[in-house]
Design a protein around this ligand. Structure first.
Ligand code: NIG
Ligand code: FE
Length: 414
């Protein structure tokens, strides 16, 4: 039995009612807070919280106390879209981009995802684990307390399994919730360049049964985009995944409107991610579903591509989440604080909306919002404590800098 009492909290942020598991567009403006507060964590969970003037007199034995010194306490960031298992960085492409090449130019020249896939083939599982674990530790130190991780740089049965086993090891060794998505449909490998049907069959007939047998994936992903996987390919793949209980979380409309969002919604996707390009039909299809629109503003920033129409989505009452997309090609950063700043600056989300998108809705985009993503009794005590701040808006305002001083995971200062 362990207990931690955090006292003198300037503002306790994100106190949503216990049964609020996702916030749709307009609801995202509400971010309930408590000033001058305490919070009690017992056995890894939030057991109570309140105002300092009503600090309980009876406290559990063996309690440790931490003085927040007027800092803010937030629920940890929930990063619902990452690709942190990769063999090598790609800063040569970074320089190509500076010289004027587009993401598509680089991919067509054998760079991009295929470049990462080549490097993946020869990397050992141990080396992959070590580098991914380092990235994950860095993310946790920047306030992330739940994460989704994708495969997708394998593009062969052995390499996809290798990546998913690395994610499994991360799940076993880290004390935060981790979800795994199977993304073999990330690019057509060179040997299937002229045989797309052959690769889809390989995914459906060979990879999926093995992955399901080992229980290595929670979700089915696909990069539905012109030059990558068509709407029909994506539909087939999502239906095949569903047979093994894998719900879709897909990449759609990063480079152009593709019909990917609608095919995701049709297959009951938990989320459709990217959406740098949207039109009226996209908004209409999301409006009548529970699918979350996950936006990745640091990807737009890094690739110099348009930013998603967050305001249009929220005005249409669609639930919006934000995530990093941490990967070696389009977003080499796992910093959710920067994502929240970019959500405000570039997606024009208000600080309250951006924080909700990065916490409760991010948790919902991993089906984890019953246990994390807000301050509620019984939820996992994954939190961070900031320096004293003049207001909530100071956090995204001070972009590129961290206000975080202390990380609490499972009710323990880490
Ligand atoms: O989400 N768009 C597809 N996948 C990644 C990029 C992968 C890469 O370039 O390595 C993304 O941006
Ligand atoms: Fe991605």
């Amino acid at each position: 039995m362990s207990a931690l009492l955090i006292t003198n909290i300037g503002t306790l942020v994100g106190i949503h009612p216990q049964d609020t598991l996702m916030l749709r567009g307009q609801q995202m403006q509400q971010l309930p807070t408590l000033e001058d507060a305490w919070i009690l964590c017992e056995d890894g969970k939030i057991s109570d919280f309140g105002k300092m003037e009503q600090l309980p007199e009876q406290l559990p034995n063996h309690i440790s106390t931490h003085d927040a010194k007027k800092g803010f306490v937030f629920p940890s960031w929930c990063d619902s879209h990452t690709h942190i298992v990769f063999a090598a960085s790609r800063e040569e492409e970074f320089v190509m981009k500076i010289d004027g090449k587009s993401y598509e130019d680089i991919a067509a020249a054998g760079g991009g995802i295929l470049n990462s896939a080549k490097k993946m083939q020869s990397e050992s599982e141990d080396a992959l684990y070590q580098s991914a674990a380092q990235r994950l530790s860095d993310m946790i130190n920047q306030g992330t307390g739940a994460v989704e991780i994708k495969s997708g740089y394998g593009l062969s049965t052995d390499s996809e399994l290798k990546m998913l086993r690395v994610i499994q090891r991360l799940k076993n060794n880290f004390n935060i919730p981790i979800k795994a998505s199977f993304l073999a449909a990330h690019a057509y490998p060179p040997e299937y360049k002229n045989d797309h049907d052959g690769y889809i069959k390989l995914i459906i007939d060979e990879m999926l049964p093995k992955i399901a047998a080992e229980g290595l994936a929670d979700y089915m992903d696909a990069f539905c985009e012109q030059g990558f996987f068509s709407v029909d390919d994506t539909d087939r793949l999502l239906q095949a995944g569903a047979k093994y209980g894998l719900k879709p979380k897909i990449h759609a409309n990063q480079l152009a409107v593709s019909g990917g969002v609608q095919i995701g919604v049709k297959n009951h996707a938990v989320s459709v991610d990217h959406l740098e390009a949207t039109d009226h039909a996209v908004i209409e299809s999301l409006q009548s579903s529970n699918t979350i629109a996950t936006l990745l503003p640091s990807c737009s920033f890094y690739l110099n591509i348009p930013f998603a129409n967050a305001r249009g989505l929220m005005n249409a009452n669609i639930p919006v989440a934000v995530a990093t997309d941490y990967n070696p090609g389009s977003t080499p950063s796992g910093n959710m604080n920067l994502v929240v700043s970019l959500a405000c600056i570039k997606l024009r989300m208000r600080p309250e909306e951006a924080v909700n998108a990065a916490t409760l809705n991010g948790a919902a985009a991993m089906e984890l919002s019953e246990t994390t993503g807000s301050i509620a009794k019984g939820k996992t005590a994954n939190l961070f404590i900031t320096r004293p701040m003049s207001s909530l808006a100071f956090l995204p305002y001070s972009f590129g800098q961290s206000q975080i001083q202390t990380i609490v995971l499972n009710g323990k200062i880490s």
